[in-house]
Design a binder for this molecule. Sequence first.
Ligand code: GUN
Length: 293
Amino acid sequence: MSALIIDGNSVAQRLQTQIALEVEQFKQKQGYPPGLGVVLAGDNPAAAQYVRMKSRACNNVGMTSVTRLMTAASSQQEVESAVAELNANPSVHGILVQLPLPPGIDEEPVLRLVSLDKDVDGFHPINIGMLGMKGREPLFTPATPTGCMVLLNEAGAQLEGANAVVIGRSNIVGLPVALMLMKANATVTVCHSRTRNIPDIVRQADIVIAAIGRPNYVKGDWLKPGAIVIDVGTNKIDDPADPRGYRFIGDVEFESAVNVAGAISKVPGGVGPMTITMLLTNTLKAAWRIAGR
Ligand code: GUN
């Protein structure tokens, strides 16, 4: 039996059509568009490409975006000043500091400086703390983990009491998605580089979130039949058959997993477009919150 393919492109497109309508309503009422401000430091081509995609998506739904470009040689002070400027800019309602920051920049004080009202990436320590605490709700949740939760919902996943296994414990995906699954009353196990016997742990999972950054890491015979699998990996591999000479593959070996899983997201076309969509959702929410004060 072949799994249901969770199509992130079509979910993202549907949500972005709705966001565009709501942006129009926002503009009619307020007389200005919601705006995103991005800090991009360093010369990582993948990060620059992500930022271009985020800016384009903003423009497509009628929002503005400004990017503060900084070199890899920028100082801590310069990066923090860029955030402070965006905090003070009334046309900017959401701020995204593209991670990772260049070596030598301490990420923590930079993220702490982002105004809570504009923390559309949800990485301010207060928002992450609220996400982790019972009975508290953060103002914003990080984009990629939120996209994973929306895709689980689209696949009809029952999270209450489910065994969820998260592979990877990064600050950007693994940790926050584990917290979100726990808030949704799943029983959550987080596997990482020091975990013993990951395949046996994955075999218990009703839900698998693969976010470890290793191409084709999770094999089909690790999966419980019917498991719902969300593949967060975007691993660039050489491919002479591709006109670009490379392509992106996920953390899950799709060809074997698709025969065992109940539902599975693809790479590309799964979580990626959802990340951008959740950022747009958060920026619109931030603009309404700021306008309502
Ligand atoms: N780098 C990789 N993914 C992300 C993300 O979702 N947000 C930010 N700020 N940086 C990233």
